[in-house]
Design a protein around this ligand. Structure first.
Ligand SMILES: *Cc1c(COP(=O)(O)O)cnc(C)c1O
Length: 392
């Protein structure tokens, strides 16, 4: 029977993303809910944002900022971003041609990949990797080239010689992420030099996921690619207001890139998203005039990190370094020989604390005996989780 004549028959669709299923975050959050577990799985705060931020967005709506803004972002917000980046990293982006406001970092990452990568071109991704990179590369028709981080007693690190060896004549882009989700590691100045050495004299672009830029601890500094002019000249830098201001559900972020790259980014952005909601852009523009909220973020989260680490110090969990982000990775090989997914499910259903298996951040599900906890939680939430984890 010809389905054109029967509206009740759904046409067969060949998936553009056959490998994509329900994310591990959704699965673990559902399991956490079923078992009444403390959810240290998915990375989002369980505490509210500053009330002034809600006031200032509400005020923007009342003041009439409710129609389409400019496609590239409200000029006041782009200016606030330019000023912040210049003040912290010393790089001066052009407000009109080099900053684009996006629907969160996820859209910025996907759009940067879609506007750059042609079918058959290679994109180097360092694993474990945030889950949105590979589907975006697949949609672009790109070929992911995976390089795995190394992990030892000092924690995770990027083996730059392997990244260098992965570069071919077809390499279009290298994706980096610092501070790094899920490992909590950060790139240092020597890492940025190694990266610069690899791309110098090539056409390779850098996509730098810096959504945790304000969560770096123990006095270390965030190595934004835009601190390094040589790298900034070939980079899309992505950040997220959701992560910085405790409003992950607002889905607003930005991409900063040289004018020629931003122009191509905007061609895709214009017909995929067009523009981002107006009142929040005006709200953030006003709110960002005060740098205190992001300047205080390292101390705020370092205290939570230390609280969480101290709570696990006497346990059989082995703590990996947590130099940035709001994630703490732990080895559990003294407790169990289960796979990471099995162990995370057992923790959730039996101990009633949800975690995320790091294997979920590898395309081939590499097992390292490590799970990730999120410590962006109220002290009481962390205390309850620690009390339960102490029984393991
Ligand atoms: C949360 C996160 C994102 C996505 O940020 P949104 O603004 O919520 O889209 C991107 N990259 C990493 C590494 C993240 O942890």
């Amino acid at each position: 029977m010809n389905s054109r004549h029967n509206p009740a028959v759904t046409p067969v669709l060949t998936s553009r993303l056959p490998a994509v299923g329900t994310t591990v975050f959704t699965r673990m959050s559902t399991l956490a809910m079923q078992h009444g577990a403390v959810n240290l799985g998915q990375g989002f705060p369980d505490f509210p944002c500053e009330p002034q931020l809600i006031d200032i967005v509400t005020e923007a709506m009342r003041s009439g900022f409710n129609q389409y803004p400019m496609m590239t972002g409200a000029p006041v917000l782009r200016q606030a971003i330019v000023d912040k980046v210049a003040a912290i990293y010393g790089h001066h982006y052009d407000v009109n041609t080099e900053i684009t406001v996006t629907a969160g970092a996820t859209q910025a990452l996907t759009t940067a990949i879609l506007c750059s990568v042609h079918p058959g071109e290679e994109v180097i991704v360092i694993e474990p990797a945030y889950d949105s990179y590979l589907p975006a590369i697949a949609l672009a028709g790109g070929v992911p080239v995976l390089v795995q981080m190394e992990v030892d007693g000092d924690g995770y690190s990027v083996p730059w010689s392997k990244v260098a060896a992965a570069v071919t004549g077809k390499t279009r882009m290298i994706v980096i992420n610092t501070p790094h989700n899920p490992t909590g590691s950060i790139l240092r100045e020597a890492d940025m030099q190694a990266l610069a050495d690899i791309v110098r004299g090539t056409d390779v672009l850098i996509l730098s996921d810096e959504v945790y830029e304000h969560m770096v601890y123990d006095g270390a500094r965030h190595e934004s690619v835009c601190r390094h002019p040589e790298l900034a000249a070939r980079s899309f830098v992505v950040s997220s207001f959701g992560k910085t201001y405790h409003v992950t559900g607002w889905k607003i972020g930005y991409v900063a890139a040289p004018a020629a790259l931003s122009a191509e980014f905007r061609k895709v952005h214009q017909y995929n998203v067009f523009s981002i909601n107006t009142p929040m852009q005006h709200g953030f523009a006003g709110y960002m005039a005060n740098p205190a909220p992001y300047l205080e973020l390292p101390a705020f989260y370092q205290r939570k990190r230390d609280l969480f680490r101290a709570g696990l110090a006497g346990s059989r969990f082995e703590l990996l370094p947590a130099d940035g982000t709001y994630f703490q990775c732990v080895r559990y090989d003294k407790i169990s020989s289960q796979t990471e997914a099995e162990f995370a499910e057992w923790l959730t259903s039996e101990i009633k604390v949800a975690a995320i298996p790091v294997s979920a951040f590898y395309q081939q599900g590499k097992e390292s005996g490590i799970v990730r906890f999120c410590f962006a939680k109220q002290d009481e939430t962390l205390a309850l989780a620690l009390q339960r984890l102490a029984t393991v």
